[in-house]
Write a protein that binds this ligand. Structure first.
Ligand code: NAG
Ligand code: NAG
Ligand code: NAG
Ligand code: NAG
Ligand code: NAG
Length: 625
């Protein structure tokens, strides 16, 4: 009964702490709101990522102001929208972007450049641009920026949130320590064990009594501790999933928690490939164990096919989310999406596995170090097919002629590349999707329209990118092979992970020439370029190495809290998409332009999903397809 009480008490304790911490998070957001983020201190006209620029014209002639973001590679200058000047005064107001440093260009009416300034504006700031003549020599114009009001550090809410999570961590650690301390334990057991009447009332209402729950919990707890499954894989998957949920919910409105506009990486761009990677790892582990149990390959194939179809259909259901508001019509249904891509990737990689894998016997020779490459060489037909797929991606991307666009175009279109190819967003990848699926059946708001002002629809989960997502899963599958092949040889496994990480890193460095935009093939989430796959698998192998070391080798960390969502990933993914707009995942904000409030909302929503996953884990409810 002692341990039953303990688990039961710790469950209640956890609820208490979570409730408390959510309250803490919300109230600290209020604090953060007052720290420079409040509407009273910033101009009411400003949205997130904006600042006020007052333009003082002292040269008394008309000029135009253009701007360009540093992030925008080879972009055209855009007209800065300037409010009409008030009569009698030469001061005008403009709103400037604060995500990246920008260049302002001033041209006179005959389009001769007067001056340019490069400046990093701070969010919600108030600045003045003084345009003066310098009559000392020739008639030069000088431009200078002066700070009227600096709102300070607007990333302050992130710091507070970090403190709140550290506080929660400390409370949980101290709490679980206290629960094991016998005086507290005994007291709690007395408090929690219900009286007879209590139990009767509960059973009358049809709910199991708390005592039942306690003993049931204890029972479950004993048989979940069987150390079969690798906890590090679920932890890794859960980590990727929770970042994905946080990012999909808005990432606090910070640009660095949102997807990169075109080339490059932000936090948001890391997680989907990691998810694909770990899926590959799991495919090898599960198919290998099922084959060893004597399942026939055909039977497994039907199972795999059925799972893929289910995943694809769930994906269509999840991304066409207007099912509640209006009837779903074929004319604008989106076909590809995250789950659809996972489904196709899963199908192809599993079939590759079923065709070529040889289940390893349980008793392998203990010392397998001399066969340095055997886990790769043994499966050469798989590698041939993967290389063929990659060759297909490269050929289609670089050689497919796209009407009115340069062949092999990898850019964003829009105002990029000096506006020469506005409708070429994504080159061949975009063209294939528009041709095969149709403009109305692909994603309409690609992240490239934020900075590059693209207008054509482009699907970041399109057809061509799926080839590379298969490659990504296949690289993840190598991690699975390493885990099975060198079972229980921790050092070997970690050396192999590290080697893979280095190899992928070197390939990425060559492909990208270590630059964001100027490499042979830049890292790009929208295209799922091959350098994106190699870079992200370099990170993935390294991260897996660390998590494996902490969770499965040394057991310093149990993988909480990421472990729980990782065990129930489909449920959490589908759930977070379907209930996105409902309380408690979303509520009406007092001030929709405050990072503090966005961050609170998104973190609360993400934390609630962790909590839901934890409860379901405790109740042994898993959505498997
Ligand atoms: C910006 O600051 C100037 C000078 O301090 C002030 O006159 C102006 O009202 C401010 N503008 C806005 C939009 O806050
Ligand atoms: C623009 O600047 C150039 C160079 O200073 C000058 O020659 C030209 O007359 C200016 N145009 C106007 C409309 O002021
Ligand atoms: C401003 O003038 C420069 C040269 O004087 C020209 O190259 C540039 O295109 C002009 N900017 C815009 C946006 O027209
Ligand atoms: C005016 O121009 C001269 C020479 O170009 C320079 O030395 C001086 O600092 C400038 N004055 C101002 C106020 O910018
Ligand atoms: C790009 O597409 C838009 C809308 O479809 C069209 O108006 C425009 O002319 C196109 N631009 C080019 C350069 O083809």
């Amino acid at each position: 009964m002692g341990s039953a009480c303990l688990t039961c008490a710790s469950t209640y304790c956890l609820f208490l702490v979570s409730a408390l911490s959510l309250v803490l998070l919300v109230s600290s957001s209020a604090l953060a709101t007052h720290h420079g983020d409040s509407p009273s201190r910033r101009s009411p006209k400003l949205k997130m990522d904006q600042a006020v620029l007052l333009i003082h014209n002292e040269i008394h002639e008309k000029f135009y102001i253009y701007w360009r973001s540093d992030q925008c590679y080879q972009c055209l200058f855009q007209t800065l929208s300037v409010t009409s000047p008030t009569k009698g005064r030469d001061t005008e107001m403009a709103i400037v972007d604060t995500r990246h440093a920008i260049t302002l260009q001033l041209n006179n009416t005959s389009n001769v450049e007067l001056c340019r300034v490069h400046y990093r504006f701070r969010e919600f700031g108030n600045y003045s641009l003084w345009v003066k003549s310098n009559y000392s020599g020739t008639k030069d114009v000088t431009c200078g920026i002066i700070i009227n009001y600096n709102p300070g550090y607007t990333n302050f809410p992130i710091v507070i949130a970090a403190f709140v999570y550290v506080a929660i961590f400390i409370v949980l650690t101290v709490g679980s320590f206290l629960l094991r301390w016998s005086p507290v334990k005994n007291w709690l057991c007395k408090q929690i064990n219900p009286t007879e009447t209590d139990r009767l009332i509960n059973s009358e209402l049809g709910s199991p009594s708390r005592a039942d729950l306690c003993s049931q919990d204890a029972h479950l707890a004993t048989w979940t501790t069987v150390p079969q499954r690798l906890r590090s894989l679920d932890t890794f998957r859960g980590l990727a999933l929770m970042i994905m949920v946080f990012v999909n919910y808005g990432g606090g409105g910070y640009w660095f928690f949102k997807h990169q506009s075109w080339n490059g990486l932000t936090l948001a761009d890391l997680v989907f490939p990691w998810f694909v990677f770990i899926m590959g790892t799991s495919i090898h582990l599960s198919l290998n164990s099922m084959l060893r149990k004597g399942n026939s390959r055909w039977k497994l194939f039907w199972k795999v096919l059925w799972r893929s179809i289910q995943l694809f259909l769930i994906g269509i259901f999840v991304i066409n989310e207007n099912y509640c508001r209006s009837p779903l019509s074929w004319s604008d249904i989106r076909i590809m999406g995250v789950l659809q891509r996972l489904s196709l990737t899963y199908l192809v990689v599993s079939v590759l596995e079923l065709l070529f894998t040889k289940p390893l016997p349980d008793a392998l020779p203990q010392n397998r170090t001399c066969f340095l490459m055997q886990d790769v060489v043994m499966f050469w037909p798989q590698w041939l097919i993967i290389l063929a797929l990659e060759a297909a991606w490269l050929c289609l991307t670089l050689l497919l002629p796209v009407p009115e666009c340069p062949t092999g175009y990898l850019g964003p279109g829009g105002i990029g590349d000096l506006g020469k190819y506005p409708n070429c967003t994504g080159g061949a990848a975009g063209y294939i999707d528009r041709l095969v699926l149709g403009e109305n059946h692909i994603y309409q708001h690609p992240s490239s329209n934020v900075i590059y002002k693209t207008t054509v629809p482009y699907d970041p989960e399109g057809i061509l990118g799926t080839l590379n997502s298969i490659v990504m899963a296949f690289l993840g599958l190598q991690a699975g092979k390493v885990l099975v092949f060198y079972k229980n040889q921790h050092k070997q496994i970690m050396v192999r992970f590290f080697t893979w990480s280095v190899v992928m890193g070197v390939i990425s460095a060559i492909l990208t020439k270590c630059s964001m935009n100027e490499g042979f093939i830049p890292v790009n989430k929208n295209l799922w370029s091959i350098s994106y796959v190699t870079t992200l698998s370099c990170f993935a192998f390294f991260l897996l190495l660390i998590i494996y070391f902490l969770v499965d080798v040394k057991r310093y960390w149990k993988g909480a809290p990421f472990f729980y969502p990782g065990m129930n990933s489909i449920l959490v993914y589908v759930g977070h998409e379907v209930f996105e707009n409902y309380f408690p995942f979303k509520w009406k904000m007092q001030d929709s332009q405050s990072h503090a409030q966005h961050l609170t909302q998104n973190l609360v929503a993400t934390s609630i999903w962790v909590l839901i996953a934890y409860i379901l884990y405790k109740k042994k409810i898993f959505w498997k397809i």
